[in-house]
Design a protein around this ligand. Structure first.
Ligand code: NAP
Length: 285
């Protein structure tokens, strides 16, 4: 899978990615760098961030700033914004990608466990959005928000209920501010990825033998998981001026997974051709 956009499509753009040191955040960041962006990656683990920043700079030749930040702490986000401006000048885009999640029957969760996930996903996203948005508005600068949600932001899902609540809130935030802040030339969009293998998601959502028992690819009509570059292509497009008229949209990139699992008769894909022959005969012409 190759990069989709023209070289230089994000030249001299400064983009902050929360949770940018690992997984999908890192992959999207790498492509932004390849397209000429300056990158700021933030998360709680300094060692992980510093290692990723070094590797990304070596891999792409771009500039990466690593700033430790817990998105649940407003003053730490403010610090990311100030440090970014001191290093690169104007900020052009913010990718709200940091999240926490794990599987559990809801009745087994303490209220604190529920809080932790909702705080990272929802509070973390609206704190980051408020801090960056107020800064853009005050300085009369345009900006782009891109928020990573999930398809169960609108369907809901058992066993990941705090995450579903948080992501649904992030989607509401995306659509609300797309309208309210358009007058400031601030766009807001979201991406809802299906299964994309990452160490973080796989270890928390498919621990132990679950990965063999519930192969995520089998839930997808295309019978495969996503490639990171496919997501990076979409994210770069939504960050770039090519999507200047896309605002308030959530784009699903899941190989058809959520529609397949919502379709009442989708499971009939398991019926073999010979059985379809019999069914057709039984129905008569
Ligand atoms: P990941 O590698 O575990 O990414 C999560 C990131 O969030 C980590 O870098 C983590 O870093 C950071 N983070 C967690 N708590 C934080 C906090 N309080 N403050 C700041 N950063 C924090 O998993 P991923 O699969 O790449 O997920 C990335 C995004 O894609 C998430 O929004 C996830 O919901 C979404 N998504 C993923 C999939 C998939 O199949 N992979 C599918 C749908 C949606 P630290 O631990 O260092 O803080």
């Amino acid at each position: 899978m190759e990069g989709m956009l023209k070289p230089g499509s994000l030249k001299d753009r400064t983009i902050i990615i929360t949770g940018g040191g690992t997984g999908l955040g890192r992959s999207m960041g790498k492509y932004f760098l390849e397209l000429g962006a300056n990158l700021v990656i933030t998360s709680r683990k300094k060692d992980v961030l510093d290692k990723s920043a070094d590797e990304l700079m070596k891999e792409t030749g771009g500039k990466v700033l690593a700033v430790t930040c817990d998105v649940r702490k407003y003053e730490e986000i403010d610090n990311v914004i100030k440090t970014t401006e001191a290093t690169f000048g104007q900020i052009h885009g913010v990718l709200n990608n940091a999240a926490g999640n794990f599987i559990s029957p809801t009745e087994r969760l303490s209220h604190r466990a529920f809080d932790i996930v909702v705080d990272i996903v929802l509070k973390g996203t609206y704190y980051t959005t408020l801090a960056a948005g107020k800064n853009w508005i005050e300085k009369k600068q345009p900006g782009v928000f891109l928020n990573i949600v999930t398809t169960y932001a609108w369907t809901g899902s058992g066993y990941v209920v705090p995450s579903a609540c948080g992501k649904a809130g992030v989607l509401a935030l995306t659509r609300s501010l797309a309208v309210e802040w358009a007058k400031y030339k601030i766009r807001s969009n979201a991406i809802a990825p299906g299964p994309f293998p990452t160490e973080g998601a796989w270890s928390r959502l498919l621990p132990g033998e679950l990965v063999e028992k519930f192969d995520p690819a089998q839930r997808v009509p295309l019978k495969r998981v996503g490639e990171h570059q496919e997501l990076a292509n979409l994210a770069a497009y939504l960050m770039s001026d090519y999507s200047a008229y896309v605002n308030g949209e959530v784009i699903t990139i899941d190989g058809g997974e959520w529609l397949r699992n919502g379709g009442e008769f989708s499971h009939l894909e398991t019926i073999p051709e010979t059985m379809w022959d019999m069914i057709e005969k039984g129905r008569g012409k």
